[in-house]
Design a protein around this ligand. Sequence first.
Ligand code: HEM
Length: 453
Amino acid sequence: MLMKCNSVPLDVSSHDIFPRLQPHFHSWIKLYGSTFLYWMSTKPQLVVADVELIKEIFTNKQGTFGKAKFEGILKKFVGDGSVFQQGHKWLKLRKVADHVFHAQSLKEMFPAMVEKVEAMLKTWKSYEGKEIEVYEEFKHLSLEIISNSVFGSDHTTGKHIFDMLDKIAYISFLSYGKIRNPIIDKIFRSSEEIEADKILDELFESFIRIIKQREEKVKTGQSDNYGADFLGSLLEGHLNADENARISIHEIIEECKTFYFAGHKTVTSLLSWSLYLLAIHTDWQEKARNEVAEFLGQENPTTENISKLKAVGMIINETLRLYPPFPVLQREVTRKTRLGKLNIPAGTEVIIATLAVHHNSEVWGEDAHLFKPERFAEGVSKATRDSMMSFLSFGYGLRKCVGFNFAYMEVKIALAMILQRYRLTVSPNYTHSPVAIFVLRPGNGVQIMLHPL
Ligand code: HEM
């Protein structure tokens, strides 16, 4: 079903992507309703697209719906960081992340984000009046920005580390979907696995080098702390006298991998889809540009004026609804439980069907497949009857995305600065082929025509 759907591009202005990206879920929901079970090789997977049941899962406080674990190269790539942890280990890592990505720290990161967008836009001058492929542009931009906030002053080494992670991402992509035999896999390692392990050894060495350099600076009095960036805060945790709260080097490395994955591919996807949608829906492009002109003029964004961009915020929310970077969220049932009327055995994987909910006309209305940012005019909480559970782009509850304010800020800055300079239309070379490999992204990039204002 997937191969058939993916073989033809969609109409360039169609946002009806659910039947294309998840044709099996689309037809099974029609046949069996919004909750059904199927087998993924030897694993039972319960798909849940019912908002009431999703609420039960997210608000469960007993840890019954734990984080699903990845295996093989995928685990090596996405890491073993806080996203996949539970209990005490999760809490100590989450505390560090909450501290680094809270409102005050974000204000400090703001000028660096503006600077990186400005640098990108300088290179766009050579594309004026021509076509530019923005997915690759945004990949570099978001890598620069997340690398800067995680590694701060060690930004160049950080970038090298993220380049290595990019290689592992590619290797994981190559091995993704291959049927594995657990017995044979234990005896023979695949060439991808050998390559991934080589890169991981190199990564480990790079991290140890940075950590040693920072420790040395503190020891010799050149610095009185380990750095105000995310790595610095993790290092503080590594040297914590309380053994229970201490963060190991392995955990630091896994957490940096997590942030690379979580904070880079997601934002690239959101930025790319936002620009595509603005280029298609020129009425909203004009609205957003007028708003930017009113509050920013030709000035660079500041933390004060960016918060006034209401229409830009609505456009971002509508982009996240139609093209959520994570089309599903996964959980694993840790002990026998009840969900609605169902008895569920331990070990069942639960798939929260974000894309299905976001495109459900019973939840969002008959116009669910249309781009209508006005639905967010009163904010997310008033967009539908039960928006907090129907708008799942950043998850919900205790495990809600730690970087969601960071992501909004980065995307708002980039869109505002682009709108100040360019009118955008879609290039005739663009083919609308969304794909979901880890993250929902454009299959052949997003080709945009840049018209200087
Ligand atoms: C458009 C951008 C982003 C989207 C759509 C997104 C989406 C999500 C979602 C859906 C979750 C919850 C996963 C679950 O419940 O299983 C999550 C968790 C997480 N995100 Fe994001 N994210 C984005 C950007 C970021 C950024 C920029 C960072 C880092 C700066 C980040 C770091 C994290 C972390 C660490 C978690 C795990 C939280 C926990 O389990 O405690 N994300 N994200």
